[in-house]
Design a protein around this ligand. Sequence first.
Ligand SMILES: *Cc1c(COP(=O)(O)O)cnc(C)c1O
Length: 363
Amino acid sequence: MSEFALKKNPQPQSDAVREAILAAPAFGTQFTDHMAHIRFTTEQGWHGHELIPYGPLTLDPAAAVLHYAQEIFEGMKAYRHADGSVWTFRPEKNAARLNRSAGRLALPQMVEEDFIESLRVLVQADSSWVPTPKDEQDEVSLYLRPFTISAERFLGLRPTQQADYYVIASPAGAYFSGGVKPVSIWLSQNLKRAGRGGTGFAKCGGNYAASTEAMIEAGQKGCQQVMFTDAVDGTHLEELGGMNLMLVTSDGRLITPEVSETILDGVTRRSLLDLAPSLGLTPEERPVTVEEWRTGVADGTIVEAFACGTAAVITPIGALVSEDFTVDHGDEPGEITMKLRKTLLDIQYGRAEAPEGWMVRLA
Ligand SMILES: *Cc1c(COP(=O)(O)O)cnc(C)c1O
């Protein structure tokens, strides 16, 4: 593991401004005083580990990321526990996923220790930016966004020879202000996010760019999120633009489409499957069709549906809407959905004992 050189921000936000931001954090609009940075070149590998003031990047206009979207990222959170300490959740899973994404986009992979240390130096320098929850409903955290870009000045396409890895941090409030409310999701049958052999399993900006038009379509149909189906014939459920899908059956099964080249391996998804047996649920990872969801709700075998991911933890699904039909789950979050949500949040905020190694202390 390499040492990070510390270059303190000479003009950090004032205490008053920071406290005003922390009193009502939004999502992804305000950033802390510092960012972590590591540079990569093919000659030197990863080098120049540093913590520097948060601020604009200087990029050559010919930088590959701007033309060919050679970019990957991660999304994580730092949680303040009751004793003031700050922790993150299963970071080795994010490190491994960043490397899988890097492999697919021909960006450099990094060692897990450098990844975790980059989070630690940033959170330690900006620990005053980690919000303190007022109570159990106050789901505040410091959202961490590691990302790698190809910064080389070259308009030809090739595996990058020069990359930059950064971590930025943004105080985040509860995703649902005013209580957890089910969302409507639009079944995207024409616009797809991933195909076999493509980049669906990688966490890369390009996948998000390709999902945006479907978000607009969803909005026009009165939906807040998009459910993507397979690109072959659209019969199978895949995932949402940035969250995995789970269905709950009346006989206590927790069903989710198995991860594949087209479905991202979410840490929240994995963790809920890991926790399921302790809540009396049987996890099932397998292909799931649109038809199964539709008929399952009609005949009473599928009783709850939700989406899961780091940002919103668990988002109950109130309805699946398509051109031809609506699958209705009602306007109240399901009981098992909320039980899973509480179980995971209690672990993340240190209110319940975590399975061995799940919580890693940052500050
Ligand atoms: C990030 C992401 C998820 C959720 O992953 P978590 O590790 O649980 O945050 C799901 N699907 C896509 C496409 C994603 O980008």
